[in-house]
Design a protein around this ligand. Structure first.
Ligand SMILES: Cc1cc2nc3c(=O)[nH]c(=O)nc-3n(C[C@H](O)[C@H](O)[C@H](O)COP(=O)(O)OP(=O)(O)OC[C@H]3O[C@@H](n4cnc5c(N)ncnc54)[C@H](O)[C@@H]3O)c2cc1C
Length: 389
């Protein structure tokens, strides 16, 4: 452990807050800089799988989520029209060592914010410049202010400013699909949607539906539909879609799906973009984390989970580095990249759990607090998937 290091975390999303909490757990000073003036309640659900719940447990964010979130019995995969079950993976806590919870995204954010002292999060601080010297990094912000830290963790999301500063502009590729999402009172649906999180698989489109509260008071869906390239936009949390067009796109689907879509008061829409794994995640005293490092499609529900896993591994590497933060960052990257690249690829293919899955343990059984961390000089092949006995 090295309590003398000071780390600036850019972005107070789920990865940035988790990183700050995990670093502080090891006695490392972490300060978070967020561009937004306040935390907004973005209307969306999010699934937290056991792999990320273990990290959340370790930083104290699990109890509020258990109180509020929906705990599905299983991942249920069904054929779009007949409803035939193609695969069901029950998710009891005993199977992977932590619960599987579905929640409102803002409730997850609140839980993360609750484990980071308010006075270490600075709002309205949009990072616009970074300068590394031999022993520190200088940061400059859009409001004219500046700061200094021993190192920087850039958790600034899919449109990362720091990634562009380090590696230049990116070139994402539209995958030919748009996504729609909405969260709204389930009373509007007029039928019970069961005890599971259900993914309905069509030929060229799908929809995932689940409750976001323990009381089943709110329902959420995320749907992916083919659409011509002209619609392509950058990912956005605020762009609106047409509920009518959405209902038309799912006209032949099972009555459970249609009941949800027809009850939906309004929806959001955005283009799904593909980004291949980066060659490197950082330079010397600056490293990327979460979507900034490994943006992925939402098809596998692992973007937030892997950002949260990153946080625990990063903190362990920094705590163990004896002050050599550059080496800690390379060790973190070496450990994380094989796992996140594999998840990015499966997520891009959108095949996870569609049919009988041979092995889910490597994903949901992973425990970032106890995963074996190879020394940087040693080959780390597969070490990311092995939990310590
Ligand atoms: C519709 C949808 C559904 C999803 N469902 C799931 C799911 O079920 N499970 C799951 O695990 N993942 C899911 N994901 C993925 C998940 O939302 C992301 O992977 C996750 O938000 C990444 O966290 P992050 O902290 O890296 O980035 P973000 O959450 O995007 O946070 C980045 C933060 O950085 C701030 N920022 C950006 N630039 C700057 C700057 N220059 N200066 C200061 N601050 C800055 C932003 O304001 C923001 O607060 C979903 C994604 C989408 C779009």
């Amino acid at each position: 452990m090295n309590g003398r290091l000071s780390i600036a975390v850019i972005g107070a999303g789920m990865g940035g807050l988790a990183a700050a909490a995990a670093l502080r757990k090891f006695g490392i000073e972490a300060r978070v800089y967020e561009q937004a003036p306040k935390f907004a309640r973005v209307g969306a659900g999010i699934q937290m799988m056991p792999n990320s719940m273990k990290v959340l447990r370790g930083i104290g964010a699990e109890p509020p989520l258990r109180n509020i979130a929906f705990e599905p019995y299983s991942h249920l995969n069904r054929v779009w029209d007949t409803g035939e079950v193609t695969n069901e993976l029950p998710m009891p806590e005993s199977l992977f060592g932590a619960p599987y919870l579905c929640m409102h995204r803002a409730d997850l954010h609140d839980a993360l914010a609750s484990v980071v002292p308010q006075d270490v999060v600075s709002l309205s601080r949009k990072l616009i410049g970074l300068k590394q010297s031999a022993n520190s990094v200088s940061l400059s912000f859009a409001d004219g202010s500046s700061a200094q830290a021993d190192a920087v963790v850039a958790a600034d999301g899919v449109h990362s400013t720091v990634r562009e500063m380090l590696f230049g502009p990116e070139n994402p590729v539209y995958n030919g699909h748009v996504a729609y999402r909405a969260v709204f009172p389930s009373a509007l649906v007029g039928r019970d949607l069961g005890r599971s999180r259900t993914k309905w698989w069509g030929k060229d489109r799908h929809i995932v539906i689940y409750y976001t509260t323990r009381t089943k008071g709110d329902v959420y869906f995320i749907a992916s539909v083919p659409e011509p390239v002209e619609w392509m936009t950058k990912e956005s949390w605020s762009a609106k879609g047409s509920v009518r067009e959405l209902c038309d796109a799912y006209a032949g689907f099972h009555p459970d799906v249609r009941a949800v879509l027809e009850a939906c008061p309004e929806c959001h829409k955005w283009a799904i973009l593909i980004r291949e794994p980066l060659l490197r995640w950082g330079e010397r005293r600056v490293v990327l984390l979460g979507d900034a490092a490994h943006p992925m499609t939402p098809y596998m529900a692992q973007g937030g989970a892997t950002a949260i896993e990153d946080a625990a591994i990063l903190a362990r590497c920094v705590a163990d580095c004896g002050g050599d933060v550059g080496t800690a960052f390379r060790r973190y990257e070496a450990h994380r990249k094989p796992r996140t690249s594999r998840i990015q690829a499966i997520s891009k293919a959108n095949t996870w759990l569609r049919g009988p899955e041979t092995d889910t343990r490597w994903l949901y059984g992973y425990d970032a607090w106890n995963a074996l961390l190879a020394e940087l000089s040693l080959p780390s092949a597969n070490s990311n998937e092995e939990a310590r006995p």
